[in-house]
Design a protein around this ligand. Structure first.
Ligand code: COA
Length: 344
């Protein structure tokens, strides 16, 4: 059986920076509080007319421009997002169109902050089945579209961005080894956008009461995230007959530096092996893990084992263990697609 292996990566973040200092002028908070309690120094914010499809297309275009892969080779795009362009139609077809992926199917998958791991697992299974050879998994969220910038409990945490990986069928022993995904619907009310769906359709009342904004019970989510990411990661390691020393790098969901530290402590994995870029981007929901893979790709060497773990609304959580493979060669021909510029 051929393994599903990451062979190319791309990333996109908007150019506008929202600093902690700027947030102190919007809500009752301080730069020190935000940095100390979350690890975040700044986050990127998309332009008003830049929706999630633009962010996702930016990441895919960066991938297509950086590596020797032509759009016609791509068979499918799975877009993990909690902030689609609209409730209906799905956003992935727009992304395919923006990137001229004319041979690709495209669908959206919403599993909030765990979305990228869920999408990666779907794509892995499709490739392992032998039916598909090249699928792009992209995580993209415009969190600024659902954040209330009067609510200091949430507005300090989130940012906008997108990251993409090309998953390919490769015979080498590298690639995704296993994934464990979990859910607990009892957590739904603790982290959600209550309005705008079928339960509370958009109305004048839903707007006035702010139901279209993200709400969360921060300290409960914090505790659940630490326990859940730790336990599912241990299960994923055990399923591979691995222990902590077999892991070269941990790529955790970037929600709070204190959550990340607590998870690495509970796994007995030294913090030097844990990749963190939360200080630059904040929590970009479905995009944190692929943005982190993209940011640190130069550090990963063939044969090294990576542990990816995430927790988010639902609750949903999961862990994936993979062995890093060989990336495609850098771009040799000039693809001039017409999707948004990937200016980083
Ligand atoms: N600035 C200053 N003070 C703030 C604040 C802010 N931005 N946000 C909350 N506070 C205050 C609270 O009102 C509270 O004050 P009180 O003691 O007078 O009531 C105090 O700080 C402590 O609040 P608490 O919620 O216990 O802080 P915390 O240490 O748990 O940090 C979060 C809050 C939101 C940063 C933290 O809980 C968190 O990161 N949770 C996980 C959220 C998450 O990851 N969600 C996304 C999905 S994965």
């Amino acid at each position: 059986m051929k393994n599903a292996t990451i062979t190319a990566l791309g990333g996109y973040v908007p150019t506008s920076v929202l600093s902690n200092e700027a947030l102190t002028k919007m809500v009752d908070t301080s730069e020190e509080w935000i940095e100390k309690r979350t690890g975040i120094k700044e986050r990127r914010i998309a332009e008003f007319d830049q929706s999630t499809s633009h962010l996702a297309a930016g990441a895919i275009k960066d991938l297509l421009q950086s590596y020797d892969v032509h759009p016609s080779e791509i068979e499918g795009v799975i877009l993990a997002t909690a902030t689609p362009d609209s409730l209906l139609a799905p956003t992935a077809p727009t992304v395919c169109q923006l990137c001229e992926l004319d041979n690709a199917f495209g669908f959206d998958l919403n599993s909030a902050c765990s979305g990228f791991l869920y999408a990666l697992t779907m794509a892995t299974s499709m490739i392992e089945s032998g039916r598909y050879k090249k699928i792009i998994v992209v995580g993209a969220d415009k969190m600024s579209s659902i954040v209330d910038y009067n609510d200091r409990n949430t507005c300090i945490l989130f940012g906008d961005g997108a990251g993409a990986v090309l998953l390919e069928a490769i015979e080498s022993g590298n690639g995704v080894l296993n994934s464990i995904l979990r859910t607990d619907g009892k957590g739904t009310e603790s982290l959600l956008v209550p309005g705008g769906g079928s339960k509370y359709p958009a109305s004048a009342e839903s707007l006035i009461s702010g139901k279209h904004y993200i709400k969360q019970d921060g300290s409960l989510v914090f505790k659940k995230a630490v326990a859940a990411m730790g336990s599912v990661s241990r299960d994923a390691l055990t399923a591979n007959d691995f222990d902590s020393e077999d892991i070269d790098w941990v790529i955790p969901h970037q929600a709070n530096i204190r959550i990340i530290k607590a998870v690495s402590d509970s796994l007995n994995i030294p913090f030097e092996k844990v990749k963190v870029n939360i200080e630059k981007y904040g929590n970009t929901t479905s995009a944190t893990i692929p943005l982190c893979l993209w940011d640190f790709k130069e550090d990963f060497k063939e044969g090294q084992n990576l542990l990816l773990t995430a927790f988010g609304a639902g609750f949903t959580w999961g862990a994936t263990v993979l062995t890093w493979g060989v990336l495609r060669p850098s771009k040799s021909h000039n693809y001039q697609g017409n999707c948004v510029e990937a200016t980083i």
